[in-house]
Design a protein around this ligand. Structure first.
Ligand code: GLU
Length: 307
């Protein structure tokens, strides 16, 4: 077993540690193959679960029907098996076998029921704005009082009333305050193509699947306040804890993306790089230690315990 090294200057990884018995999730979107950025997230997710006693659910976030592909899902499942990252509950073999509540494209009726419940409370309206008309980042409320015929478009927004900002404590980054009304305004929950949006699907899934610790990259920090606001509207009483971890970047600062061919897990595997070497590299890229020595999937918890 390899003992992780961290330099003396490194701050503690977390300000507060998760409470044992949590449920977290690894939730890739099958819009491409897994790359080192996903491996970094996986190392944080499985590492924290091992170190502090948590369950890891696998969720396939294929809400965007135009961009997701079954072969990408198959490739994700294969790479997870290759890395020996084993989810609790629904396994990769269960995903291969057929429908599961943890694949978003199998969740249509759940999302519809939740939307109907919000609609019955007068919180939803149909929206005819295109992305270009909306502008960024805040929706100006164009269709809010326009009484758009719901039969004319599948697009729906949930009203966000002005209220106190969402305050929460990120276990790594500390106190946060976000005002969803300022940040994004009324939230799009289904788009003009009829796709459930990431924000809507992820909030309902985290609620229904009992996820009480969210571990994801810092690029999603801004989404947290709006997700908490929506979760409250959907009846969630206690918000999940959150950890947003550093993102992998190229040396020149560019965000690593699926288009960066040099970092695809399939490519690394095809080059003969062992799974433990990928996990070791991901641990370093994710700010968990200074070296990239091979790391077995069973030892990911040591990254957090030996700090
Ligand atoms: N599906 C998202 C992604 O692939 C992750 C969502 C989340 O962790 O909230 O980046």
């Amino acid at each position: 077993m390899h003992a992780p090294h961290r330099s003396a200057t490194t701050r503690p990884l977390l300000r507060r540690t998760p409470v044992a018995g949590f449920t977290t999730r690894f939730a890739p979107a099958p819009t491409g193959h897994l790359h080192l950025g996903h491996a970094v997230n996986a190392v944080w997710v499985w590492g924290l679960a091992q170190a502090y006693g948590g369950r890891v659910l696998l969720r396939i976030e294929d809400h965007d029907r135009g961009r997701c592909r079954p072969d990408y899902e198959a490739s994700i499942l294969d790479d997870l098996d290759w890395l020996s990252l084993v989810p609790d509950g629904v396994r990769t073999t269960d995903f291969r076998r057929g429908p599961t509540a943890q694949r978003q494209s199998d969740g249509g009726t759940r999302y519809t029921a939740a939307l109907e419940a919000l609609t019955a409370r007068g919180l939803v309206y149909a929206c005819r704005c295109s992305r270009a008309e909306v502008g960024q980042p805040q929706y100006p409320g164009t269709c809010r009082h326009a009484a758009i015929d719901p039969a004319s478009t599948p697009a729906r927004r949930v009203r966000f009333a002005p209220e106190a900002p969402e305050r929460f404590e990120d276990l790594r980054l500390g106190a946060q305050s976000q005002d969803p009304v300022q940040q994004c305004g009324d939230l799009l929950v289904r788009d003009r193509a009829g796709n459930w949006t990431y924000q809507f699907a992820v909030v309902l899934d985290d609620l229904e699947q009992g996820v009480d610790l969210i571990i994801r990259g810092e690029d999603l920090l801004d989404s947290t306040g709006r997700q908490f606001r929506l979760a409250r509207l959907l009846g969630r009483g206690t918000m999940p804890s959150v950890v947003h971890h550093p993102l992998v970047a190229h040396p020149d600062g560019r965000k690593l993306s699926k288009s960066s061919g040099d970092t695809g897990l399939r490519e690394l595997r095809a080059q003969g790089v062992p799974a433990a070497a990928v996990l070791g590299r991901a641990a370093m890229l994710g700010g968990l230690r200074d070296d990239s020595a091979p790391l077995d999937a069973r030892d990911l918890g040591t990254l957090f315990r030996d700090g």
